[in-house]
Structures are given as structure tokens and as C-alpha cells.
Write a protein that binds this ligand. Structure first.
Ligand code: BES
Ligand code: MN
Ligand code: ZN
Length: 504
């Protein structure tokens, strides 16, 4: 992935494809004229309605040096940033499908878009670039291409190489600034998706820690990795218990971004890093088990978010904490009924070894609270199938003991498009995770599975007042057909960045 974003004042550009955005209204009112000037017959039958994300490919009679392809892209009413994001993603997907290297977007109406959406040109530029990078994403690093047909081998361009934002006029500076931010966010989201898409045999706990180290090098922040000996010394009994069945050691990774100037808050971000979840001795059914390579989506989102926040230079101290292991059955694996002692000293009856995420998160939450005493703790985890039953595969479950934090996260969900819906944390649910032999039980029976998981986590925040748990089991890795590009979505990166920006 090597993108160049070029911002141009004028509209004349050399490119493989030139994109023209239209609102529904503009499509009816002035598209014909604008497109006639480009030498294309525009939509005489009105087939193209300019709904957000709708596209139509047209060709110019004579284009000289300029792009011969013109892509119409709808932005609907143009009122929501989601409209622009959808359009940018659709355009990029098309360009990649056509194997086009240079994509140009006509931004000469950016002031109009700004008026419609009540967002500054800089922000719109950021969203457009982010959307293009997101839409251009393909997970192809495990494809050798050895079995490709001859004609496919000849299609040299596999990814967009250059994005030109043309016709920016006197908005060049703002667009340039926004584009720079968009590149940071877009690349980080895609890096999270790469980590999630990597299967268990390509991504161990140690490899995940290495990915965090790489992120730290790029973003200029400190990364520390605890090995099994250190994890044992710290008494992280939850992480060690889940790791018992594994052939590979666990890791506990700390990403620590400290801003240059004043620090407004310290935020701890905790991400579930189960590199593959077989269920352990409480083995999962074979059907769909391969999707459990995505059980480190929370960790991937945290790594990417810290890197992006560092790249954007947000004035917050952000500590990412990643407990990582796979969850495997073996003669040495933990057994249903085992009672373990977590780092907090709280004992847990492990009724089901498949409820492993909460065991490793328990230790990470303890570590976050005791070591950093952060102003806010947010954890992201593919924690429960029950959350998918409740909310489906495009919305995450939100649990929080602080109404303001919940409200800010809800709003961040609306603006970033990574939606969250709040679920309760009432005391009544504690009944369901009582244990006869230990302090708490790791499962709560059939009802309210995502709530009892959250209630379990809450026991380990040690009275912290501003904590949110986001169950991303649904949207992190939607079932086939659930999203436009198969596999990982990078869910959580935009959401948490919006949250962090609201404090900046
Ligand atoms: N990683 C799974 C949750 C999950 C399921 C994520 C489907 C994404 C898609 C988690 O570790 C798990 O297995 N949870 C159990 C908990 C149960 C045993 C209490 C579940 O949801 O079934
Ligand atoms: Mn599990
Ligand atoms: Zn899991």
C-alpha cells in the first residue's frame, strides 16, 4: 500500500478516471451541462439517481490528455458525512475492480458540500481520502497469484497508486490538511483489517505484539511487550488460564502514546487479543469456527487507534493494553469447572472455557486501573455471540457506568458510521453470574449473554467511574455478504478516534 494524494487547484488532471460527485438535486438541475462540458452524454434517461454510494461509469468522446473515464458518484442529499464516505468508498472499489492506478476526484464544489453538510472543507477532504483508502482495501497478501489466468497476470495495477483531489481552487490548503489526516486514519483502519484477516497460523500472540511494536515505530510511541515469565510474575491468572492449552506463549502488550504538549486526559484502551478462539475444551461447533481468527479484532482496533491518534497528534495520553493468546483444547488446557485466581485476586469459576475473552480482559482491566489510574477506560472486544443476536452484525453493544461517556460514544457512533447501542448494566444481572465455589462465574446462562459478560468485566474495574465496554462481535467481522468488502471492517478505529477527538 503506497498512496500519494495530490491536491490541485485547477480541474485539469491526468488520471485514469475522473470522479464527479452529485447530490440528487444537482443531478436533476445541472449535471447535464457540467457533463456536456466534459464531453459525455449524461444520464439522459435518468437512470442514475445520485443516491449516496450509487455510481455510474461513462466515457468521453475525446479526452486528450485527461481521463477518458468519468465516474458519476451520488452523495444523496449531501447532508451527512456518511453520504460522502459511502461515495468515496464506492468510487475506490470501482477503480480497484477496473485496475486503475490514478483516481481523480473533482472537488470544485467543495464549498457547496461544506454548506450542505455543515462540515468544513478540511473535514470533508479527510473523509473523502479516508473513504477512498477504505474502499480500495483488499486482503490479498496471502495470494501468490501463481494460479491466475494469463490475462489477469497482465493487469499490472492491483491498487490505486495516486488519488488526485482536483479543482480545489482557494481551498487547496484546507484540502491538503484534511487529506493528510484522512491518509492517517484510512491507513490505520486498513492495518487493523489486515491483522484481523490474518488467520491463526499467520498471527500468534507474539506476532500481534510485533505488529504493535511496528505501529509504535511508525507512530513514534513506546511499546512494551510482557512475555510469559513477566505475565506469570504479575499474576495474570486469567490470561495464563486461557493460554494453558496453547503451544504458543501469551503476550501482554502496552502501547503508550504521550503527546508533545499539554495532556488533557489519560485514556486506557483495552483490546481483546484472542488470535484464534476454538472454544478450548468447551469446543465450538465446526461450522463457522474459522471466523474465530477475528477474535483479536478489539486488539487490532486498539493498536490502529493508538497509531492514528499519535499520527494526528491528539493532546491525550493514550495507553493501549492488549492481552493476547489463542484459546485451544489440549491435555494441558483449562477444564470446565476450574477455579482460577485473576490478577485482582478475584477468583473465577470457569464454567465454560469458551467464555475466555472476559478472563484475559479481567487482568488487562486490573492492570489498566492499578498501573495508570486513567480518567477513562474503554475496552473493545468480540466478546459474545449474544450481542450479535441482540443487535445484528452492523451495530456494536455499548455498556457504560457513565451516562456522559455513553452519550459521547453514541454520538461518535452516529458521526463515524460505526454505530453503538447502549445496553443495561443493572444489578439484577449479577444474580446470573454468581458462583457456588468462587467469587464469580464466567458465564451467566442463556439469557442476556452480552450483558452478563459486561457485568463480569465490571467486577474488574475496581470501582472506576468512567468505563465503557464495546462488544464488537457483530460488526468486526460480519458474516459473508454482510459488508461490501469481505472480511474484517476495522470497526472501532473511527468510533474511538471520534471519541478521542471530542476531548481534544
Ligand atoms: N469470541 C466469542 C464471541 C463471538 C462469537 C465473537 C461469534 C464473534 C462471533 C467468545 O469468546 C465466545 O465464545 N463467547 C461465548 C460465551 C458463552 C460461552 C458464554 C458465546 O458468545 O457463545
Ligand atoms: Mn470464546
Ligand atoms: Zn472469544
Amino acid at each position: 500500500m503506497n498512496y500519494t494524494v495530490t491536491v490541485k487547484e485547477g480541474g485539469l488532471v491526468k488520471a485514469d478516471i475522473l470522479v464527479q460527485f452529485f447530490t440528487k438535486k444537482e443531478m436533476k438541475r445541472d449535471a447535464a451541462k457540467a457533463l456536456a462540458a466534459l464531453g459525455v452524454v449524461a444520464n439522459p434517461e435518468g437512470d442514475f439517481k445520485a443516491a449516496a454510494g450509487e455510481i455510474a461509469l461513462l466515457y468521453r468522446q475525446a479526452s486528450g490528455d485527461e481521463a477518458s473515464r468519468v465516474l458519476l458518484a451520488g452523495i444523496g442529499e449531501g447532508k451527512e458525512v456518511a453520504d460522502y464516505r459511502k461515495a468515496a468508498e464506492a468510487v475506490a472499489r470501482k477503480a480497484v475492480d477496473l485496475h486503475l492506478g490514478v483516481l481523480a476526484i473533482d472537488c470544485s464544489r467543495i464549498d457547496d458540500w461544506s454548506k450542505h453538510s455543515k462540515h468544513k472543507p478540511e473535514e470533508l477532504a479527510s473523509i473523502l481520502v479516508e473513504g477512498v483508502l477504505y474502499g480500495a482495501y483488499r486482503f490479498d497478501r496471502l495470494k501468490s497469484g501463481k494460479l491466475d489466468k494469463e490475462e489477469k497476470k497482465e493487469q499490472k495495477t492491483k491498487a490505486i497508486e495516486e488519488l488526485v483531489l482536483a479543482g480545489c481552487g482557494n481551498r487547496v490548503d484546507a484540502v491538503e490538511k484534511g487529506a493528510g489526516k484522512g491518509v492517517i486514519v484510512g491507513l490505520c483502519q486498513n492495518r487493523a483489517r489486515d491483522l484481523v484477516n490474518l488467520p491463526g497460523n499467520h498471527l500468534s500472540a507474539e506476532a500481534l505484539a510485533d505488529a504493535a511494536i511496528e505501529a509504535g515505530k511508525r507512530g513514534g510511541f513506546e511499546v512494551t511487550v510482557f512475555d510469559k515469565a513477566k505475565i506469570t510474575e504479575l499474576g495474570m491468572g486469567g490470561l495464563l488460564a486461557v493460554n494453558k492449552g496453547s503451544q504458543q506463549p501469551p503476550t501482554f502488550t502496552i502501547l503508550d502514546y504521550k503527546p508533545k504538549g499539554k495532556t488533557k486526559k489519560t485514556v486506557a484502551l483495552v483490546g481483546k487479543g484472542v488470535t484464534f478462539d476454538s472454544g478450548g475444551i468447551s469446543l465450538k461447533p465446526a461450522q463457522g469456527m474459522e471466523e474465530m481468527k477475528s477474535d483479536m479484532s478489539g486488539a487490532a482496533a486498539v493498536i490502529a487507534t493508538v497509531e492514528a491518534a499519535a499520527g494526528l497528534g491528539l493532546p491525550l495520553r493514550i495507553v493501549g493494553l492488549i492481552p493476547a493468546t489463542d484459546n485451544m483444547p489440549s491435555g494441558s488446557a483449562q477444564m470446565p469447572g476450574d477455579v482460577i485466581t485473576t490478577m485482582s485476586g478475584i477468583t473465577v469459576e470457569v464454567g465454560n472455557t469458551d467464555a475466555e475473552g472476559r478472563l484475559i480482559l479481567a487482568d488487562a482491566l486490573t492492570y489498566a486501573k492499578t498501573e495508570y489510574d486513567p480518567d477513562v477506560i474503554v475496552d473493545l472486544a468480540t466478546l459474545t455471540g449474544a450481542c450479535i443476536v441482540a443487535l445484528g452484525s452492523s451495530v456494536a453493544g455499548l455498556f457504560s457506568n457513565d451516562d456522559d461517556l455513553a452519550e459521547t460514544l453514541f454520538k461518535a457512533g452516529q458521526s463515524s458510521g460505526e454505530k453503538v447501542w447502549r445496553m443495561p448494566l443493572w444489578d439484577e444481572y449479577d444474580e446470573l453470574i454468581k458462583s457456588d465455589v468462587a467469587d464469580v462465574h464466567n458465564t451467566g446462562g442463556r439469557g442476556a449473554g452480552s450483558v452478563t459478560a459486561a457485568k463480569f468485566l465490571q467486577k474488574f474495574i475496581d470501582g472506576h467511574k468512567r468505563w465503557a465496554h464495546i462488544d464488537i462481535a457483530g460488526p468486526a467481522f460480519p458474516a459473508k455478504g454482510g459488508s461490501k468488502t469481505p472480511g474484517a471492517t476495522g470497526f472501532g478505529v473511527r468510533l474511538v478516534l471520534d471519541l478521542l477527538k471530542s476531548w481534544s
